[in-house]
Design a protein around this ligand. Sequence first.
Ligand code: ADP
Length: 266
Amino acid sequence: MPRYAETLQDVVQEADARTLLAGLAVSFANVHKRFGGAEGTLALADISLDLREGEFVAVVGPSGCGKSTLLRLAAGLDRPSSGAVAVQSDSIGFIFQEATLLPWRTVLRNVELSAELHGIDRKTRRQRALRALAAVGLADVANSLPRQLSGGMRMRVSLARSLSLRPRLLLLDEPFGALDELTRLNMQEELLRLYRDNAFTALFITHSVSEAVFLASRVVVMSARPGRVHEVIDVDLPYPRGRELRFDPAFTELVSRASRSLKEAC
Ligand code: ADP
């Protein structure tokens, strides 16, 4: 069993988790997180937020407002100081800003790595890795080394590595933050295609309001430290979404609204 589940059972008693979760993928209930004892940094204050199964939620907020901490709590990599975090599935993918590929392994063997660490047999993990690479359009570079790829391609390998585990919940911590603008826009469209085809629940951290609105059905605007939920904005724009959405007045209006909210929150 993955360590996430073990940690989760430490954090929330099973009965509490069942009550909290009914139909939800993730639930934060009155979560506070303080680092370094009673006088330490209060990173998160009274966060209550539910993600429905299959929902795409983006979180924006100023640097240091606790966005990464929120993600780490959902992954079971850290515990709340008070309140509860409950997660429905132990099948979780975590994607960081850096693709974190092993430079000496080929693309294919990098994608196989997660499945390898989870003890999935060789034949199954090879099949899944090849399918995941095809899904992100990288089948033809399966035998290349990471250094032979562009930044955008490396991020697609990282996505493929997570998808090969068939996660029910994908946690993404500014995955496109280091990419140039054009690659970033392409990756947003790619991610929405993967979301449509794989039906996971997504919790996506970003600095970019337009990225948040383009991807998510709800945008959570967090206030400066200690991080609180300042506002949750419903993005009432239907999926599937393509690049033309960026020129839609309804999109532009929502980006303006979220930007104003973020300004108030800082
Ligand atoms: P964000 O992702 O929004 O930039 P973080 O979640 O990384 O914010 O950090 C929120 C606050 O908590 C920051 O003040 C940061 O310095 C502090 N913090 C995060 N992790 C730790 C840690 N392991 N120990 C001490 N302080 C931490």
